[in-house]
Design a binder for this molecule. Structure first.
Ligand code: ZN
Length: 203
């Protein structure tokens, strides 16, 4: 299971991760995914697919950028960490055509970046070196879209970098720092890519 997210922003919708894509023979054979069309998913939560003004990819593994091509060829900016863009050029890292953001749309970031009022991208390395999360602030609430900073919500509670989520040993310390960084924001809510549980601030 992999979730994408949408920020219903006054300036237009901001999509965070686009899920698994369609019509890739290798992915279909290896994973036989049930793919929900992104435009349908947006309509399903009351967001006009035509209102999307930006895409953020937490990282470029195939299950997080699969429906990016829906937006390729237009003028919508796609925000990715520069290190992730480099990593995605390695063989077998991802599905290259899904991850290949056109140069005119690519916003390759080095660290944190505010991309709209109340919407800040945070560098949270761990699962990958170029992994990023999103902080949404508004109406006195702080919401973290933690993406794959953890696999399971319990790892967020325990501040644990599980080997399943962080297979590079040299990134485990960074992964724990990233979890602590997100928790230090004291979010009201935090959501993750692969777990349906929602972290809620206590008290
Ligand atoms: Zn991944």
């Amino acid at each position: 299971m992999v979730f994408g997210f949408v920020i219903d922003h006054p300036e237009g919708a901001i999509v965070v991760d686009t899920g698994v894509g369609q019509d890739n023979a290798f992915i279909d054979q290896a994973y036989a995914p049930t793919v929900r069309d992104l435009s349908d998913a947006l309509s399903g939560v009351g967001v006009d697919p035509g209102s999307v003004v930006a895409v953020v990819n937490s990282h470029l593994h195939f299950d997080h950028c699969g429906q990016n091509p829906t937006y390729y060829g237009g003028g919508i900016p796609v925000f990715v960490q520069a290190e992730e863009v480099e990593a995605a050029k390695e063989r077998f890292y991802t599905v290259p055509e899904w991850a290949a953001v056109p140069a005119a749309q690519l916003r390759a970031l080095r660290g944190d970046e505010s991309i709209a009022e109340g919407v800040t991208i945070l560098s949270t390395p761990g699962h990958t070196r170029g992994h990023q999360s999103v902080l949404v602030e508004g109406g006195g609430q702080r919401v973290v879209l933690g993406a794959q900073a953890v696999w399971d919500i319990d790892e967020f509670d325990r501040e644990e970098a599980s080997p399943a989520n962080v297979d590079a040993e040299d990134l485990r310390a960074a992964a724990v720092s990233s979890i602590r960084r997100l928790k230090a924001l004291d979010p009201n809510l935090a959501y993750f890519s692969h777990h349906p549980g929602v972290f809620r601030r206590k008290g």
